[in-house]
Design a binder for this molecule. Structure first.
Ligand SMILES: Nc1ncnc2c1ncn2[C@@H]1O[C@H](COP(=O)(O)OP(=O)(O)OP(=O)(O)O)[C@@H](O)[C@H]1O
Ligand SMILES: [Mg+2]
Length: 361
């Protein structure tokens, strides 16, 4: 059963095209995350789905129904924006019940529905309070509660956690995951936070300048990036992108960089590379370890440029001739800046990209 289908949608504001040939679909009950940097068109796409913006090319279907020319109120959607407005003089109960009162829902039905939603959102102890007496996260949940009492075919969220502090964000992320499971709701959710995208999404659509850069599961974006842009967008610290010269070699390829030779498995390229060429070698920081270990390729003589112990892991920057390497090492380490270290490389999830286009080779 289809949840949302966006068919060849493009959008321009005057002469400026902000969305180009967007084609994607998710099933009923799936959690779609629209991810990308500021200005890439996430909110615009969400506004097109909602019907707040009616002028565009292409078609939009929600739960199998063509809604392209329908007003927001006829699309069977519920929206929560980054800047949600609660009624300050109304209690939490009345804020959540507001829409149902407008629709003249009966008193008992309203009470049952608010109680149900409040229990899921852990607001049941706060129903008599005014928004001013709530924490930021609790207010956020009231806004979500107002959307939930609607039982829409599709929920739309635009950066709903962006004005919360780090701890609350993490809590609400977990909450969202739980709510999605409990309700089995179809959700389109905008964020520029890749961790939110990775943890919440069934499917991520990564936008870049109004185009789909990659559409896939979180695992696919992490392990099988189609482009260097996608590889860089997912993962912290960012994937290492080393300028290398590759040539075919026994068992795969040899990558030369600044006098060093790294043996790469054939899996680093999607199509065989038959002649020597320049490329970008992408290796995630968590696939490098400090020191020589038995499995993997070892290189030595890397100067420590930066060491940032963060508790459960340590982020280290090392020299790689004239380039730099970022490592993420489990545990607490204090490596002396300027000292030399060896590295073990795991190339099992490494990638080669075209130097000019960034496309996966
Ligand atoms: N009403 C409008 N008129 C003209 N240009 C607009 C309008 N709305 C958005 N834009 C432009 O369209 C592009 C996409 O904007 P959009 O708000 O969708 O980005 P976004 O991905 O949501 O960014 P952010 O992460 O900063 O919220 C931007 O360049 C923006 O300036
Ligand atoms: Mg936006």
């Amino acid at each position: 059963m289809p949840g949302l289908h966006i068919n060849n949608v493009s959008k321009s504001f005057g002469a400026v095209q902000v969305l180009r040939d967007i084609e994607l679909s998710i099933g009923k009950g799936e959690f779609l995350v629209l991810l990308g940097e500021s200005g890439c068109g996430k909110s615009t796409l969400l506004r097109l789905i909602s019907g707040l913006e009616l002028e565009h090319e292409g078609a939009i279907r929600i739960a199998g129904r063509d809604v392209t020319h329908l007003d927001p109120k006829d699309r069977d959607i519920a929206m929560v924006f980054q800047s949600y407005a609660l009624y300050p003089h109304m209690s939490v109960f009345d804020n959540i019940a507001f829409g149902m009162r407008i629709r003249k829902t009966g008193r008992d039905a309203i009470k049952a529905e608010v109680d149900r939603v409040a229990a899921i959102l852990k607001l049941d102890q706060h129903l008599d309070r005014k928004p001013g007496q709530l924490s930021g996260g609790q207010r956020q949940r009231v806004a979500i509660g107002r959307a939930m009492v609607r039982h829409p075919a599709l929920f739309l969220f635009d950066e709903p956690l962006s004005n919360l502090d780090a701890k609350l964000r993490a809590e609400m992320r977990t909450e969202f995951k739980r709510i999605h499971k409990v309700l089995g709701a179809t959700i389109a959710y905008v964020t520029h936070d890749q961790i939110e995208a990775m943890t919440l999404a069934d499917k991520i659509v990564l936008l870049n300048g109004g185009r789909i850069e990659q559409l896939g599961t979180p695992d696919q974006l992490y392990s099988q990036p189609d482009t260097l842009f996608a590889a860089r967008f997912i993962g912290t610290p960012e994937i290492n992108a080393l300028r290398v010269r590759v040539e075919p070699a026994a068992g795969g390829y040899a990558a030369r960089a600044s006098g060093r030779v790294l043996p790469l498995p054939a899996s680093v390229a999607r199509r065989p590379i038959t002649a020597p060429r320049e490329a970008i070698l992408g290796v995630r920081p968590e696939f490098l370890t400090i020191g020589a270990t038995e499995a993997g390729i070892v290189t030595s003589g890397h100067v420590v440029e930066l060491c940032e112990p963060m508790g459960s892991e340590t982020s280290v920057e090392l020299s790689f001739s004239d380039q730099s390497l970022r490592l993420r090492v489990p545990g607490l380490h204090h490596l002396e800046t300027g000292g030399e270290q060896s590295i073990t490389w795991d190339f099992s999830n490494a990638h080669l990209f075209d130097t000019d286009t960034g496309a996966h080779l």
